[in-house]
Ligand binder design. Structure first.
Ligand code: ADP
Length: 160
């Protein structure tokens, strides 16, 4: 059997239940999922890259099929360097589609060796994004339903 590896790239500022759901479902299809935090997403972020990686590590610590990394530069180059071949992305609303479509087309034109696979969000996460969670947390709202407990704690500390 081939060792099927997917790269799941994003900002993860911070990781939410929506991301964790895509990761869990990704493991039903792939032997390994590498969560790749973009270093170029540092600008305007709440958590620095190391904090974001640290939070994800807390959540995946005991699973040898998962790994969290940071990457610089072109995503497709990183994907090829890890011998992955597949970029995993999540889709929520139609509003995600246009950007994701453009990104997938661009990545495909840079490298024909890399395929992008989209997974539809689970119903309960359809409205969930890192931005909306940060906004609710900044206003003192309850975020326990949207993020793992470790992330909720980190958000509360940021806005304390
Ligand atoms: P980016 O800045 O690259 O969009 P994000 O961290 O916001 O990074 O998202 C990473 C990936 O996870 C994207 O493909 C995004 O569509 C997906 N994603 C984010 N939230 C959800 C969710 N609630 N359900 C499904 N997919 C999601």
């Amino acid at each position: 059997m081939k060792n099927r590896i997917a790269i799941y790239p994003g900002s993860f500022d911070p990781v939410t239940n929506g991301h964790m759901d895509i990761i869990r479902r990704g493991l039903e299809i792939f032997d390994r999922v590498i969560i790749a935090v973009a270093r170029n997403s540092e600008k305007n972020s709440l958590f620095c890259v190391q904090e974001r990686v640290g939070l994800i590590n807390l959540l995946i610590a005991d699973n040898p099929q998962l790994e969290v990394v940071t990457f610089d530069g072109l995503l497709v180059d990183y994907v090829v360097s890890r011998q992955a071949g597949v970029i995993l992305r999540g889709l929520r609303a139609v509003s995600d589609f246009e950007y994701e479509f453009q990104l997938a087309q661009m990545n495909r034109s840079i490298s024909q060796k890399v395929e992008t696979l989209f997974m539809m969000t689970s119903t309960q996460n359809g409205y969930l994004s890192s931005s909306i969670v940060k906004e609710v947390a900044s206003l003192g709202g309850d975020i326990n339903k949207f993020v793992p407990p470790q992330v909720a704690d980190a958000l509360r500390k940021k806005f304390a």
